[in-house]
Design a protein around this ligand. Structure first.
Ligand code: ADE
Length: 259
């Protein structure tokens, strides 16, 4: 396992190698919106390699039955190993993640850490799993994006790429900040509204129309706290309330329940 790096350091560019049996899954994802622009501008570079291109035999079979029996097919280690070596090629070693539901949970702190790595290799599993020697020999970390099972690691790789890429300088539009958002400080983001001031009988909260910036800021902090307490009490255990926040909560400005 490689050593941890300080989460604040962010690379200027991100180089991503994706190992996947289904490279086409990423086509529109890599062309669209923020990420498409970042790739066009050379801030992010993404390259895809299929283990199938490195499989042996006439049928280029990449999977086989599990030792010990059981359902489904397991990805064999040789085509994955050969694909990793080919993908890394000249520029050398990447920070390698294996995407799997049995990994460490991906979160904003890990996204920040990965944004400092500069070069990532994302290994997408498929079928029932991947031979354990891939993790043992090649992966720096095994990462899960949540407690549910996908058909493969491709969607998880897309999640990781987007969460990491948007932290690089120049990827978000000017004026947008990667900090002022949910999770950066262990709090969920406050709710937002735009025009019209009333929609289907629901009015925008008065305070947001007041023009009083200090009041707006305080109201947003209290909404953010209320939301965090209601939806993610686990975040409050990990990031306890400051004295300021306790005072804000006890002041109890926002009474109405919002979904
Ligand atoms: N592959 C299948 N399910 C996954 C998950 N939850 N996270 C990462 N990779 C996966």
């Amino acid at each position: 396992m490689s050593s941890r790096i300080p989460s604040r350091e962010v690379a200027r560019q991100l180089d991503v190698e994706i190992l996947t049996l289904f490279p086409e899954v990423f086509d529109s994802f890599l062309r669209t919106s923020l990420l498409g622009k970042a790739i066009e501008n050379g801030i992010v570079r993404v390259h895809r390699t299929s283990p199938r291109d490195y499989a042996q035999g006439r049928h280029r079979q990449v999977d086989d039955a599990p030792y010990g029996g059981g359902p489904g097919m397991i990805l064999r280690p040789e085509p994955v190993a050969a694909a990793i070596e080919a993908a890394e090629g000249e520029p050398g070693r990447c920070y390698r993640l294996l995407l799997s539901p049995s990994g460490r949970l991906f979160d904003q702190a890990l996204a920040r850490e990965l944004a400092g790595r500069g070069r990532l290799l994302l290994i997408c599993g498929r079928y029932e799993g991947i031979d354990q020697r891939v993790a043992d020999l090649f992966a720096d970390e095994t990462v899960s994006i949540g407690d549910y099972v996908l058909a493969g690691g491709e969607m998880a790789a897309a999640v990781v790429i987007e969460a990491v890429a948007r932290l690089l300088p120049g990827v978000l539009g000017c004026g947008e900040s990667a900090d002022d958002e949910s999770f950066s400080a262990g709090r969920l983001e406050y709710p937002q509204w735009t025009r019209p001031a009333t929609f289907r009988g629901l009015a925008v909260p008065e305070v947001l129309l007041s023009g009083n910036h200090a009041q707006v800021a305080q109201w947003r902090r209290s909404e953010s706290l209320r939301r965090t307490e209601a939806r993610r009490p686990d975040l409050l255990l990990r990031h306890p309330l400051s004295d300021d926040e306790k005072a804000l909560r006890d002041g109890g400005s926002a009474k109405r329940r919002r979904k």
